[in-house]
Design a protein around this ligand. Structure first.
Ligand code: ATP
Ligand code: MG
Ligand code: MG
Ligand code: MG
Length: 478
């Protein structure tokens, strides 16, 4: 099956079970001060679960564009380094708003995976919430019994902890146990050697979580007690790219037809082959991943900028440019040339990209050009520093200089380290961390006296973003 067919089969399956298909909400969360980007399928339905609105149907399904680069879910640092976490990904989901519950949801999950998609039953594992006495939340006996009936035994059922198998909207509000489905995609020899069950939720690249079924059945009160909800809901999310990896029998999401076009294009443009060099491979994955986040964010109306969501998008773009520059040899804007390919790939699925394809490409190209100029400036400066300091092997660039290159010229630390290394220098990592910590401390003091998210630093004549802790340091988005 192609990825297009896989997505359509999901939607068709849930239509056959009485679901209404709705479009994806934009990547950028609108009207939700607690969320910068939509990071799950349920985000756009929050009001229905809170009883603040009525859904158009009690059964809904869709594919939602998600972005996990900030806040509670931040996978950015894994992207490129592993093969199954993305910044932007599609989450396939089905929902019951006070309609069906665990029995239907779990039976349908199993039917879709094993009958429609024909995934091998002996490679699937499920987890149910094992209970947490301290927190007063009970073992999910109901889900356990349903799975035992479906599977015919307990062999492939795992009991999970609160972190993986219990969902809460916040400190108070709706919550409930979840049941995840994982798949073991390793070679048979490996499976014979090490049982798949022992690798579930253990960060093994070929034993991955594909689907999560959340059952909202409690409400957490302010005093910590749990009371049953009068209307119980189902909220599920399945990672589309991981599902494609499983169905297409690949070892990595990037080997599926979701990414093969972009990876092939980047490989071709850089004159390198994917799968031959560790860092070039990482860079190709970073580029293939990030261009999606950037292109879809812009087509959803979020331009790169110096504040909030725009700042996050700008830095994702710069991360991609930098990997391309450092490991793939791109010296001219190149990301923008991937836009037509994506527009075609998602035509009819997320039509907003094709509709604005030229505009999106132009914005990206200008951002790239501007950042490449900064990179060049940093390089020239670095060259001067490397000449000033003793040239013999073993020279060290002091931490304050590394920090200034980063802070003033936007010159990423690991690029400094890389170039330094090429010229026989090292960088004073500890000194850099110290300078960074001092700057953070200054920011915190400034922030404490400021009411808004960002302020003009008059003396430096530049604008600094002070909200969102995780954005303060370049170590997050390099
Ligand atoms: P993981 O443990 O692998 O990080 P998760 O438990 O954080 O996943 P959920 O919040 O349960 O993920 O989201 C539902 C599904 O979305 C997951 O089962 C997975 O298939 C998919 N998913 C989650 N995060 C990502 C990501 N960064 N990239 C691609 N797919 C993802
Ligand atoms: Mg996660
Ligand atoms: Mg998980
Ligand atoms: Mg999960």
């Amino acid at each position: 099956m192609t990825s297009r067919e896989i997505r359509q089969a999901f939607l068709d399956f849930f239509v056959s079970k009485g679901h209404l298909i709705v479009p994806s909400a934009p990547l950028v969360a609108k009207n939700d001060p607690t969320l910068m980007f939509n990071n799950s399928g349920m985000a756009q339905f929050k009001d229905y679960f809170l009883g603040n609105g009525t859904p158009p149907s009690t059964r809904i399904a869709d594919t939602q564009k998600c972005l996990r680069v900030s806040g509670k879910h931040n996978d950015l640092e894994d992207v490129g380094f592993d093969t199954y976490h993305h910044t932007m990904f599609e989450m396939l989901g089905n929902w019951s708003f006070g309609d069906y519950f665990k029995k239907e949801a779990l039976h349908w999950s199993w039917e879709l995976l094993t009958v429609v998609y024909q995934l091998p039953k002996d490679r699937l594992y499920v987890s149910v919430f094992g209970g947490d006495e301290k927190d007063g939340v009970p073992f999910d006996q109901e889900a356990f019994d349903i799975w035992k009936e479906i599977l015919g035994s307990e062999d492939h059922i795992l009991l999970g902890n609160k972190k993986d198998n219990f969902w809460e909207m916040g400190e108070v509000g709706p919550c409930g146990p979840c049941s995840e489905i994982h798949i073991d995609l390793r070679d048979q020899a490996e499976v014979d050697r090490v049982p798949g069950k022992s690798l579930v939720n253990a960060d093994h690249p070929q034993v991955v979580e594909i689907w999560n079924n959340v059952f909202m059945q409690f409400e957490r009160k302010a005093d910590g007690s749990l009371i049953p909800l009068p209307a119980r809901h189902v909220d599920t999310g399945m990672g589309f790219e991981r599902l494609c990896m499983a169905i297409q029998k690949k070892q990595s999401n990037y080997d599926t037809d979701v990414f093969s076009g972009t990876i092939g294009f980047v490989a071709n443009a850089s004159g390198k082959k994917y799968g031959e060099e560790k860092w070039a491979d990482i860079a190709m994955r970073v580029v293939a991943d990030h261009i999606r986040a950037i292109a879809f964010a812009i087509s959803d109306g979020q331009l790169p900028s110096n504040v909030r969501a725009g700042y996050v998008i700008r830095r994702i773009l710069r991360r991609a440019v930098r990997y391309g520059y450092t490991y793939l040899g791109f010296r001219e804007p190149f990301l923008y040339s991937l836009v037509p390919l994506l527009a075609e790939q998602f035509d009819g699925v997320f039509p907003e990209l094709k509709a604005q394809q030229d505009f999106v490409a132009k914005v990206i190209q200008e951002e790239e050009a501007a950042f490449l100029r900064t990179l060049e400036k940093g390089l020239t400066l670095l060259d001067k520093i490397l000449v000033q300091q003793p040239g013999e092997a073993g020279g060290v660039i002091d931490g304050q200089t590394v920090f200034e290159l980063n802070d003033t010229f936007g010159f990423p630390v690991d690029l400094t380290a890389l170039i330094a290394r090429e010229k026989g220098f090292t960088i004073d990592e500890a000194g850099y961390q110290k300078a960074l910590a001092e700057q953070k401390e200054r920011s915190r003091k400034d922030a404490a006296t400021e009411k808004s998210d960002w302020i003009e630093l008059a003396e430096a004549g530049k604008t600094v973003f002070l909200g969102y802790d995780q954005l303060e340091s370049d170590s997050v988005i390099l």
